[in-house]
Design a protein around this ligand. Sequence first.
Ligand code: MN
Length: 325
Amino acid sequence: MGDSGGAFEQAVYGGTVATEAEPQSVLLAGHDVPLGRYTTVRRLLPQRRRRLVGAWCFVDHFGPDDVSGRPGMQVPPHPHTGLQTVTWLVEGEIVHRDSLGNRQPIVPGQLNLMSSGHGIAHSEQSPPDHPPGMHGLQLWVALPEEARHGEPGFDHHRGLPVLRTGDATVTVVVGEFGPARSPARVHTPLVAAEVLFATAGHDRMPLEPRFEYAVLVMSGDAQVAGVSVSPGALLYLGRGRSDLAVHVPGPARLFLLGGEPFAEPLVMWWNFVGRSHEEIVRARDDWMAGRRFGTVAGCAHEPLPAPPMPTVRLKARDRFGGTAG
Ligand code: MN
């Protein structure tokens, strides 16, 4: 999934220069965005004040929604470049189809990881007989220069490392957390982990001081580094932390994101991550002309047309929203 048309930000991003070396605690409110015809997501990244966390460049939180008797998620075929998509469900089922011929249902606790390389197309649909609830995340990882021109790929991981720290059960979705490492193939140092508290409790989670981190809450409430966090916001934590104190007053599900600050300037527009205005124009032209991205077989929906290009040139911006040279 991703930007399916309509409300998407035309401006852009990048990772570069200045990086805070110190811990921070900045609570960033997300905003609602329609996705496909039937789903509204909370977009937590990118934001004006924060474009990236490590290589994480896009974070959507959807649900919990009651989709019984409704279509659920229906995102028609659309293209991607320069990124990996991470889909993580805690309720529901979504069927992924892509232009490599993969058809993969995803259910809670499993990871779908799609790598666009130079180009891929996919669709995401709740199947007709879907469960009544839907709740999950979709995240994008920006690919570094050496990986972004490669072949597209898709991986489904059923078995992810699970460990206990404090009162929390942590599932390592991507990258490394403490002694555990996800089997998912990524191209920059980063982490994504689900942190589940079955009851009230606390934890002091091990962090990597070189990484910058952010935490979101999928359900319940939490005190993270002394800041109250609820669903709908992202707490940016900066760098330089070797651990993170979390307290929850009741059952709660958190999600931790982190990584080495991503150094390359980026241009993001619609479903494309590139390095220049011209690259984005070429990707858009290729999609509209039926080149490069292939076709998604087995999806009843027509492919999504790309929105018109903005009338101004897209510029790379730094990690904080300023223009990067
Ligand atoms: Mn997508």
